[in-house]
Design a binder for this molecule. Structure first.
Ligand code: SF4
Length: 896
């Protein structure tokens, strides 16, 4: 592939499970801009702010460019020889279960397939798990229990075609923005379509809701058990469907009978009238979609919650037709592809499990010498086994478990103790890479070549548009080279991803005959050219569905032994950890609008950081008042485990009326690459769902302790500076350099700060303003005509300048009047400084000013400020500002 001759290319977005098509413009081997692919069924020409900024995240800076062993650059042959010799040695001494792979929903299906085949067919262990365990394992288990297969019945059109959309434990306005825009547009076109949001947090998604049920954290299964009981009591059961196509109804109903309206409202802490309104809408509306995500899945009872939702669809026969079905949305771009190949430790391959017939079938297809015979260790158990020494080697690909897994301190200890840690990644410095014995540079988005499957079963090509950076290699190639060195040359002699894909497609069809849902046998004969030109298509793709399949279960036949769907009888349970006086708050976690996972990619561009540049804890203003804390203050958020051990984070307070009393919200993204102490998984206990093994990442009991800060410092510098000695630091990129926000409760002695700030400017010409009474310090360090560093310090954080203003100082030419710059800085309240529209860098203050001056709709705001006119990701927040400004009036739904 010669990148120099390409001027454009079509590919897909590497972030969320929506799986948008992306058109890239290429010049001189660089992607200069991106836009949504008009013909892609997921996004039809649109991209959210993350997708729109993809080209800004590229470049070699920060990339892992060469293989490294013990931190020293080496060549590929030496690295691969060492990996395979070390694995061979450990396996020969301790058996196949002493080694493990930990994969990622960022990998392409072809990478996943080769990794799974090597371990489960040739090494002989199923110790292959993936970070998708943290995202949707409960949804998989729920579907399998109900349908006998891991089948998403719906497609994205159903979200637009339904008459009642129930969004449960999901914030698509921020986490799946293009789907949210499609839903918003459908609501504008058909205002009679009802939208109910079920979430303990009033998120941006609630801007389009007819009803928000702000239920008690973790009580979702009570609500859906109550709904099942209500469906029965109002004679709304589809008796024919239940009789002919399901089993287990009576048992499930018997369990649900405990939940009449009053009990349901009481247990969920909802207003009984709201619960009844929701139930009435449900029984009256055949075209109902239940759309759910991590708020359901990330729970110790996540699988039961999924089945409580599915039970209601089965009771009313709402599955297998347009605008109806239980629809789990995945977080990651290729979580579904991972599920298809068997990337979870409890799956074998191609939607087959560890039953004897499947093991035999896959063994014959692969000609595998050493098949794994039983499921392997799921993520949390896997890292426990690394900690205990049972697993002695782990190969981590494209993921950051030191940040994302619960009880991350123990995960770090495990990696530290592990005999052999191999990491394949495209980024050089991550929290996990710090523990690697061997680092292998992998290709990243724009270089990778293969397929991904999004949340509605659509397989899309992710295409290589640029040459790999440095010596980076594709993951499938790296795994295959290790496999060859382990003695499996003939079975891993792949020359390109097309050869892997057609083998994967052929396995899906092998002895299938309609017995398994996942069948893409219709793609098993693709030539290399056809593969390269493959357009988005929804599986299954086979003789019955040569052009793919929009909707599953239209014939009401399921993949259970009886062919009938199963009701599951679930006893709802609340999270078990009790409140005590030290830890009275319930922690919820989730995504920010403009960030992705642990920010290894989205943290590379200032555009995506401008919406939220500081690690925060969101809290209801009344709770903040009772703690004596204000917007922007620093606090410790701490937990307490069974051994009374505390872990704590250092975060800035963000007031949010959408957070219920005695609840708080902390984003999942921050790592030690960006800030001193904000990894929320430190506070999460490793409690998992018994069926899915998914951790309860959305729940912990925590306390909050204010921190007194004598002096805040804001620095913009062209060069990175060492801030590791500070109690609180945040480092984020800005155009031309870095921004730092610093604070330390121990530094009462201002002279220590002054000395440190003076040393930072060693060798530079200083322009200073200092007010010793107000303890205000401002300084520019200059070299020739260039400002190299700008430092502002003040006891009040709100007196520091806006980052956007401060970063612009790097563009000024030094002259006689440079000192004027230090007197011009703007002081605003912290929330007003917040950038709302990342595309045009429009702040909250500009927006509220425009509204005060008469802008009464998002269109008028767009006309005045351009905000919301590009990707549309900020529109829910713009609507909220307009709504807040017109107390007691409603906002008309507007098209996005
Ligand atoms: Fe990418 Fe945004 Fe589309 Fe998700 S919604 S796939 S992040 S462009």
């Amino acid at each position: 592939m010669n990148s120099e001759v390409k001027s454009s290319g079509q590919t897909s977005c590497p972030y969320c499970g929506v799986g948008c098509g992306v058109d890239a413009q290429i010049k001189n081997g660089t992607i200069t801009s991106v836009s949504g692919s008009i013909n892609h069924p997921a996004n039809k020409g649109k991209l959210c702010v993350k997708g729109s900024s993809l080209h800004e995240t590229l470049g070699v800076q920060g990339r892992l460019l060469y293989p490294k062993m013990a931190g020293v650059r080496t060549d590929w042959d030496s690295a691969l020889d060492h990996v395979s010799a070390s694995l061979k040695d450990i396996i020969s001494k301790h058996g196949p279960n002493s080694v493990a792979l930990y994969l990622s929903g960022q990998l392409l299906t072809e990478d996943y397939y080769v990794a799974n085949k090597l371990m489960k067919g040739f090494v002989g262990t199923a110790n292959v798990d993936t970070n998708s365990r943290l995202c949707m394992a409960s949804a998989v288990a729920g579907y399998k229990r109900a349908f006998g297969s891991d089948t998403v019945p719906c497609n994205y059109e159903d979200l637009e075609l339904c008459d009642l959309l129930i969004i449960i434990g999901a914030n698509p306005a921020w986490a799946h923005p293009i789907l949210f825009q499609r839903i918003s547009a459908a609501k504008v076109a058909r205002p009679q379509m009802k939208i109910v949001v079920i979430d303990p947090r009033k998120s941006a998604t609630c801007e389009i809701a007819d009803l928000h049920l702000q239920l008690k954290a973790g009580s979702d299964a009570f609500l859906f058990s109550g709904l099942l009981n209500y469906i029965s009591s109002k004679r709304a059961v589809d008796a024919d469907f239940v009789e002919q196509h399901t089993e287990g109804f009576e048992l499930a109903l018997a369990e649900a009978r405990a939940f009449d309206l009053e009990t349901t409202a009481e247990t969920t802490r909802l207003d009984i009238a709201d619960v009844e309104q929701f139930f009435k809408w449900y029984i009256r509306t055949p075209k109902t979609v239940s759309f759910y995500s991590q708020g359901i899945n990330q729970s110790a009872t996540g699988t039961d919650k999924c089945n409580a939702i599915i039970n209601c669809h089965l009771a009313t026969g709402r599955i297998g037709f347009e605008g109806a079905g239980p629809f789990s949305i995945t977080g990651q771009p290729n979580a579904m592809g991972g599920r298809e190949v068997g990337g979870l430790a409890n799956q074998l391959a191609a939607h087959m499990d560890f039953d004897d017939a499947s093991i035999d079938r896959v063994a014959r297809f692969w000609r595998a010498p050493r098949m794994a015979k039983e499921p392997g260790l799921k993520a949390v158990d896997l890292f426990d086994a690394i900690h205990s020494g049972e697993v002695k080697a782990v190969w981590i690909m494209a993921t950051n478990p030191a940040v994302s897994l619960p009880n991350s301190q123990k995960v770090r200890e495990a990696l530290d103790k592990c005999e052999l840690v191999i990491v394949s990644d495209c980024i050089e410095h991550t929290d996990t890479n710090a523990y690697a014995d061997i680092l292998l540079p992998a290709t990243g988005w724009s270089e990778k070549d293969g397929t991904v499957t999004n949340s509605d079963r659509t397989i899309s090509r992710q295409r290589a548009l640029l040459k790999p950076a440095g010596e980076a290699k594709h993951d499938w190639w790296i795994i295959s080279e290790v496999a060859k060195r382990l003695g499996f040359e003939a079975d891993f002699a792949y020359a390109n991803p097309q050869q892997i894909f057609i083998e994967h497609a052929a396995l899906s069809a092998f002895e299938n005959d309609g017995t398994r849902d996942f069948d893409i046998g219709g793609l098993a004969q693709l030539s290399e050219q056809q593969y390269n030109e493959l357009q988005a298509i929804q599986w299954p793709v086979n003789a019955q569905n040569p052009n793919g399949c929009k909707r599953m279960f239209t014939d009401h036949r399921f993949f259970t032994d009886s062919g009938k769907a199963r009701f599951l009888s679930c006893e709802p349970r609340l999270p078990e950890r009790p409140i005590d006086f030290q830890t009275p708050f319930t922690l919820n976690t989730g995504r920010l609008r403009d960030q992705w996972h642990t920010m290894t990619r989205t943290g590379r561009t200032s555009t995506l950081l401008s919406h939220s540049r500081t690690p925060t804890v969101s809290i209801n203003p009344r709770d903040a008042q009772s703690l004596g804390i204000r917007e922007g203050d620093l606090v410790h958020v701490f937990n307490k485990d069974e051994q009374e051990q505390h872990q704590s984070l250092t975060l800035a307070v963000q007031l949010d009326e959408g957070i219920a009393y005695e609840n708080i919200f902390i984003p999942i993204h921050w790592s030690q690459q960006f800030t001193s102490n904000a990894i929320v998984s430190k506070l999460i206990a490793p409690t998992t769902d018994p069926y899915s093994g998914q951790p309860e990442s959305k729940f912990a009991r925590v306390g909050i302790r204010p921190i007194m800060i004598p002096l805040w410092v804001s620095i913009v510098s062209r060069k990175p500076i060492d801030t590791s000695s500070f109690e609180f630091w945040v480092k984020t990129p800005v155009p031309g350099g870095w921004h730092y926000l610093l604070a330390d409760s121990n530094s009462q002695d201002e002279s220590i700060w002054r000395k440190w700030m003076t040393e930072l400017q060693d060798g530079l010409k200083k322009v200073e303003l200092s007010n010793t009474v107000l303890h205000d310090y401002r300084s520019l360090g200059c070299s020739g005509k260039s400002i190299e560093i700008a430092i502002f310090a003040n006891p009040q954080r709100s007196k520091l300048p806006e980052v956007i203003w401060q970063q612009a100082l790097l563009n000024h030419q030094v002259g006689a009047d440079t000192w004027h710059l230090l007197t011009e800085k703007q002081n605003n309240s912290i929330s007003q400084n917040r950038i709302i529209c990342s595309c045009f860098q429009i702040s909250e203050q500009q927006i509220t000013t425009a509204i005060a001056q008469g802008a009464a709709s998002t269109k008028e705001l767009g006309k005045k400020l351009h905000c919301g006119t590009n990707c549309g990701s900020c529109i829910p927040e713009l609507k909220k500002f307009i709504r807040d400004s017109k107390e007691n009036s409603t906002v008309e739904f507007e098209s996005i």
